[in-house]
Design a protein around this ligand. Sequence first.
Ligand SMILES: [Zn+2]
Ligand SMILES: [Zn+2]
Length: 235
Amino acid sequence: MSGICLYCGNEWIPPVSWSSFFTVDLPSYLCPECEALLEPVSGMTCKICSRPLEKLDAQFIAGDCCTDCKRWEEDPEWRGLWQENHSLYVYNEFLKEIISLFKFRGDYCIAKAFSGQIARVAKKMDYDLMVPVPLSKERQYERGFNQSEALLIEAGLKPFHALDRLHGEKQSKKSRRERIHLNQVFQVKAEANIRGKKILLVDDIYTTGSTLRHAAKVLIGAGAKSVSSLTLARG
Ligand SMILES: [Zn+2]
Ligand SMILES: [Zn+2]
C-alpha cells in the first residue's frame, strides 16, 4: 500500500514492520520527509499554556509558567477561568506553510494530516464536550469551512457548537492591553446546554491565549464546569 503526501504530493511506501501485524498504526498522510519537519511540543513547557520553556529567555519564565500566563492569572478578572492548553506542534516555518494552505487556500484535506495525533491526544484529555472556536459568519463564508471544526471532524471527533463569534478576528494587530480590554467577541448559543460540563476548546493556533481566555470566560459564565484547550500549533 502506498501513500500520497498531502503536502508535497510525493508517493511513498509506508514501511511494513513485523509489529504492524499486531498493532494498528496511526494512518499517515504526510511522507516521512515532511513528517520530520513537524516539531512536536516536548520538554519543559509552561504548565498552563504549554509554551516550551527551554527556548524562552529566563526573564519570561516564572517558576513552572511563562510570564504571560502569570500576568493573566494575577488579574482577578481572568484568574482560574481556563485550566490549561495542550498544543501538538511548535508553530515553525513548515507548520506555518501547512496552516496557510489549509486556511487561506482552502485545502480542507490538510486536516487529515493531523487526524491521528488529534484523536490520540483527545483520548488522553478529560472533557465532556469538544467546542471548536468559531469564526465570524463573514470569515466562515469567505473560507468555506472552520479549520478548527475540520480538525475535529477529520479526527473522528464530534464538535459541539456552543459559541458564536460576534465580530472581528483581527486581534493580532492590537496590543496586549487592547486585546484584554476588547469587548467580548464570543457568545454562548442560547440552545447550547453546557451547565456542569467540562469543555475542551479546539483551535488551530495558540498565539497569545487571548482568544481562548475570552471564550473560556463566556463558557464559565454560562455554567461550564471547566475549560481547557487543544491546539494544533503553539506560536
Ligand atoms: Zn511530503
Ligand atoms: Zn504560559
